[in-house]
Ligand binder design. Structure first.
Ligand SMILES: [Zn+2]
Ligand SMILES: [Zn+2]
Length: 198
């Protein structure tokens, strides 16, 4: 694994191909978003950020809470055009309830081998299912925006469907690279909805 130590202001960042660590969390959070190193991002594309109270981000979160079948990393995405939600989808599959995950058995790396497991297949990812929902409802996704809650990056097959759908901008929730990053010690994985009042 390639490890790079990089000085940003007064703090050092240690990065590898899959993660970004900060020695001091508070400083890390205030860093510019351009310092986030994603496991995958297509050439020429960027990810933008909105606060957690953004109406579309909230909608994605609510949808993940009630519809996601992924117990560890619940997620959902909404496709928005002219301020209207034209597609919505959550992640996960019932496959893992009765079958062993092929990727876990193979010890696949994060972001790899999705196609090899029926449960992990990209068709069960939030981005893909939100785009498919818009398609199924007869909406054109050209020029639309996508809001993703519950993950800190989009995998290669999902980016492929985002680009094919001619989606213009992709938004994540501010702080996703900490909150939803398995490699960040300050993540909230497993307690995503713990503070909700029922
Ligand atoms: Zn699987
Ligand atoms: Zn994906």
């Amino acid at each position: 694994m390639v490890s790079i130590a990089k000085k940003v202001g007064s703090i050092y960042l240690e990065t590898d191909a899959n993660s970004l660590y900060c020695q001091e969390k508070s400083l890390c959070y205030s860093m510019s978003m351009s310092e986030i190193i994603y496991p995958f991002i297509p050439e020429g594309r960027t990810i933008e950020y909105v606060p957690e109270n953004n109406i579309f981000m909230k909608k994605a979160r609510d949808f993940a809470k009630t519809n996601s079948l992924d117990k560890t990393m619940p997620g959902a995405a909404v496709v928005v055009k002219d301020s209207n939600v034209i597609g919505i989808g959550a992640n996960g599959s019932i496959f893992h309830e009765t079958n062993e995950c092929v990727r876990v058995a193979r010890r696949s790396e994060s972001g790899k081998d999705y196609e090899l497991c029926e449960g992990c297949h990209p068709k069960n990812h939030s981005e893909f299912s939100a785009i498919a929902d818009a398609d199924a409802k007869g909406h054109s996704t050209e020029g639309a925006d996508l809001y993703l809650w519950g993950h800190w990056w989009c995998c290669e097959p999902c980016w492929k469907s985002i680009i094919q759908a001619k989606i213009k901008r992709v938004f994540l929730m501010k702080g996703s690279e900490i909150l939803f990053n398995q490699k960040n010690p300050n993540n909230i994985i497993g307690t995503q909805f713990a503070n909700d009042r029922e």
